[in-house]
Design a protein around this ligand. Sequence first.
Ligand SMILES: C[S@@+](CC[C@H](N)C(=O)[O-])C[C@H]1O[C@@H](n2cnc3c(N)ncnc32)[C@H](O)[C@@H]1O
Length: 267
Amino acid sequence: MINRKDFTGGYVDLPFVCEYYDHIFSDLEDIQFYIDLASRSGGPVLELGSGTGRIMIPIARAGIKITGIDLSDRMISILRNKLKAEPDGTVSKVEILKNDIRGFDLGKSYPLVIVPFSTFQYLLEVPDQLSCLESCVKHLDDGGTFVLSVFNESISRLSDTSLYKEFDITPEFDMPDGRRVFRRFRYVEKDYTRQVEIKESVFYITHPDGRSERLVHKFGMRYFFQYELIHLCARAGLNVKTVYSDYNYKPFDAAFREGRMIIIAEK
Ligand SMILES: C[S@@+](CC[C@H](N)C(=O)[O-])C[C@H]1O[C@@H](n2cnc3c(N)ncnc32)[C@H](O)[C@@H]1O
């Protein structure tokens, strides 16, 4: 069973999910895309679900102020630790707020609001998705830019039953204390009516004393179709300008397996 109380996708309840996060997502291709958007906006930027600062820190290093909101104390504390190694000029650009992206009021607005790397897909139900988008609109300057990135579940992937068997997903890595960690992945269940997929990220750990451990991160994710997101954005007051399939500005292609759906909208 997934823990229905942890609606953040496991980041509040499961320490190992937070601990391994930066090791498994160290080479994603989206950072320059967000730095470019942030530079064009001039900042400050608001990021929803800012996690360990994978995107916040590079934006702050580029000299742009960024506020991140997240509900996970563990992810926030990893970010705070990482900031200790950064110069004052970078640290001063970063503001971290513990808040729920499903509805928040910071009392200010931004020229750029971003929801990177599938965070929005943890919002399984429409009322949560809509209230999140409405909060984004409330925090956007008039004419400001809103960016939402989700995984594109292509039709071929949606019907691919081979994904139910564990498959390799990210390279093996070592933790500073000598643990060797290997991660696999599988789909467990697909609810085509609710558009929710239950997935498992499975960590195989070999401890320095030779003991082995298997830890399972089971979580639900909502998948979206292009026009659904465009309509949802419109309901919240956002006008979608462009949809991309990758971070190199490839126009959206619904059949693109492993591609993304990156919504660029304006208030
Ligand atoms: C996949 S991580 C993305 C982190 C970061 N944006 C990145 O790109 O690396 C998702 C983050 O969203 C946070 N999150 C999920 N649901 C949330 C909610 N309802 N309110 C606040 N944060 C949430 C999690 O705690 C986690 O840090």
